[in-house]
Design a protein around this ligand. Structure first.
Ligand SMILES: C[S@@+](CC[C@H](N)C(=O)[O-])C[C@H]1O[C@@H](n2cnc3c(N)ncnc32)[C@H](O)[C@@H]1O
Length: 273
């Protein structure tokens, strides 16, 4: 089988076995979330993390990116730290830890009080194979746009260059977004389509990553695609997608969601149906 047999398909199988059929250096972006710390029981499927991480490195293009969305369970009063261990393992096998981003939930599920604050975020580790090749930054409004501020500076975080530089006057209208991204979970209509899955991504989270790290026509992978959010959004944004999930039921759900997007796209492109 060639890679073309997997493109724009939801492929049912164990991702470690499916990925081994791919050539090296072909994926522009992976956006995925592993089953973490048995927080949710995905029908008892095994999860060989280290083998999967190595396969992801092999199939990622030089300059390509892997976004790994993960959080930790709390077991006997202590967070497991699995997220950090996984991030360090990705570094060990050759990825750059390009950015540690935060997915903040605007409507976190209330927790039973156990002498701790309510958990309201997950990590979005952004790994790159070498220097990132594509970054289309999301821009946001500057709070002080147009003002002539004194004493405000840019900070340079590079090694040996912890200097501050005077910023442009007046303050520009737009700036690059920060690395804490906030989303409402499970309320938008497009997110509710995924309600047959216990842990779908918000579509907007995936949209922001695909926009940031790829261009039209690039290949986007989700090796544990669940309800197919990554693939659905990739298709909508004119990227190619490859989805893999071990569960027949979730693959069917993903295919249904993509069918909805593709039929909407046909309606908005007259003459294409
Ligand atoms: C956190 S969920 C992903 C949810 C997804 N991001 C979405 O938007 O719906 C993790 C998924 O990994 C799948 N999975 C677990 N082990 C797997 C494996 N070895 N190969 C492929 N998929 C696996 C589960 O079936 C589950 O759907």
């Amino acid at each position: 089988m060639s890679i073309n047999d997997y493109i724009n398909q939801i492929n049912q199988g164990n991702c470690i076995e499916v990925l081994r059929n791919f050539e090296a250096d072909i994926i522009d972006l992976t956006v995925t979330s592993p089953p973490y710390d048995d927080l949710r029981n995905y029908k008892g499927f095994v999860f060989p993390f280290e083998d999967i991480a190595k396969e992801l490195y092999r199939v990622t293009k030089p300059g390509g990116v892997v976004v790994w969305v993960v959080a930790d369970a709390t077991i006997e009063g202590s967070e497991t730290g699995t997220s950090f261990k996984q991030a360090l393992y990705f570094k060990e096998i050759g990825f750059n830890l390009h950015d540690t981003m935060i997915f903040r939930k605007r409507n976190p599920i209330p927790q039973i009080y156990r002498k701790r604050y309510n958990n309201e975020f997950e990590f979005m580790f952004v790994f790159s194979k070498g220097v990132v090749k594509t970054h289309n930054p999301i821009m946001i409004d500057c709070l002080h746009a147009g003002l002539e501020l004194n004493g405000t500076t840019y900070k340079n975080y590079s090694k040996n260059e912890q200097s501050r530089v005077q910023i442009a006057k007046p303050v520009k209208a737009k700036k690059i977004s920060g690395n804490i991204w906030e989303y409402v979970v499970g309320k938008k209509l497009e997110d509710q389509e995924a309600k047959g899955h216990p842990a779908p991504f918000p579509c907007d989270l995936v949209r922001d990553h695909i926009f940031s790290w790829t261009n039209v026509g690039d290949i986007v992978l989700d090796p544990m695609c669940g309800s197919g959010t990554t693939c659905k959004v990739a298709s909508e944004l004119d990227r190619k997608y490859i989805g893999i999930d071990i569960s027949h039921e979730y693959c069917e759900l993903a295919r249904e969601r993509i069918k909805i997007v593709e039929s909407q796209m046909r309606i908005s492109l007259p003459g294409k149906n």
